[in-house]
Design a protein around this ligand. Structure first.
Ligand code: BDR
Ligand code: CA
Length: 312
């Protein structure tokens, strides 16, 4: 039997983060070695608690959870509680998790785990990149030990979701995104526009959520508010950004179209702070830094979600 790929997930749960985590837990080719927690969708207190609760529901209390940085590197940013619920998990009032987070800081855990799994580690970032930027500042050799780095963030032709030009994760902490893009030679990027291209029909999602499993029942509860918000605001399809990124991470062979280009993060800009600027015509002469996901096998994507919800 080939050894499982060690998978470290930096995340800010968040309803779509939760779906991505269930997908990761359900994948037998990967071994989730830790969750490092960012602030983003809601405050760190909630995102840590949500991560712990999700592990409990999924029967994965063996996965260590590390609390990270409570604020963006430089400028405070508004959260997305209006999408995910004020607690990030739909305000259903779930009973508190039995477990607490580890005492080690997320940035230190990223560095330690990168040494323990040097050359094999799959790192996946589903939230603002604050913890990873901090880890890079502590140890700039981090990218040398990461085998593959998948990031959910950006809007590669400028169709943002939090501002007209920017996507939430990069807008929340643009300085962190900038540092990360400068440091990693290659990032596999699943942006907001890839998310829009891989919407999930609300009726199909509702059908999957009727599965007779603790995961599906919990997920139906925490996602209800945001699915209703989405029906109201965005129409027939639901967009689960972090699930797209996780499909790309777990099963890269499902990617049908990928573009390699240089990407820079806008830090100023009256209208464009946090935008991901893709050099589509390669005019800058800078090396291609991102493999941008354009098209993923929709059936495969939906299959991964269905399996993750019904599991055990
Ligand atoms: C991203 O922002 C968050 O609200 C989601 O969890 C996802 O990571 C989408 O722009
Ligand atoms: Ca997220």
């Amino acid at each position: 039997m080939t050894k499982k790929i060690p998978l470290l997930i930096d995340t800010d749960p968040g309803v779509d983060d939760a779906l991505a985590l269930l997908m990761a837990f359900n994948d037998d080719r990967h071994d989730v070695v830790g969750l490092t927690i960012a602030a983003g969708n809601v405050g760190l207190r909630h995102t840590v608690r949500n991560a712990l609760k999700l592990c409990e529901v999924a029967g994965r209390d063996d996965v260590p959870v590390f609390a990270g940085t409570p604020e963006p590197l430089l400028h405070p940013a508004p959260d997305a509680g209006y999408v995910h619920g004020q607690d990030g998990f739909g305000d259903i009032g779930y009973p508190p998790p039995a477990r607490s987070a580890e005492t080690e800081h997320a940035a230190l855990a990223i560095l330690r785990l990168s040494h323990e799994h040097a050359g094999r580690l799959l790192l996946v970032a589903l939230g603002p990149l604050t913890n990873i930027a901090l880890a890079l500042k502590l140890d700039p050799t981090l990218p040398q030990r990461v085998a593959r780095f998948v990031v959910m963030g950006g809007a590669v032709t400028g169709h943002g979701n939090i501002t007209p030009a920017a996507e939430f994760n990069f807008y929340f902490d643009p300085e962190a995104a900038h540092l990360v893009f400068q440091a990693f030679g290659r990032i596999d990027l699943a942006d907001w526009e890839a998310t829009i291209a891989h919407g999930l029909h609300h009726e199909r999602v509702a059908e999957w959520l009727r599965a007779d499993s603790p995961r599906a029942r919990f997920y139906a509860g925490i996602s209800e508010k945001t699915r209703l918000w989405s029906i109201d605001r965005r129409g027939d399809h639901w967009y689960a950004a972090d699930a797209v990124a996780m499909a790309f991470a777990l099963a890269p062979e499902g990617a049908l179209e990928v573009a390699e280009r240089p990407v820079a993060i806008e830090l100023q800009g009256a209208h464009t702070r946090g935008a991901s600027v893709v050099d589509w015509r390669r005019e800058s002469g800078r090396p291609d830094s991102a493999h941008i996901l354009l098209k993923y096998d929709q059936d495969r994507f939906e299959g991964l979600i269905r399996a993750a919800l019904a599991a055990g």
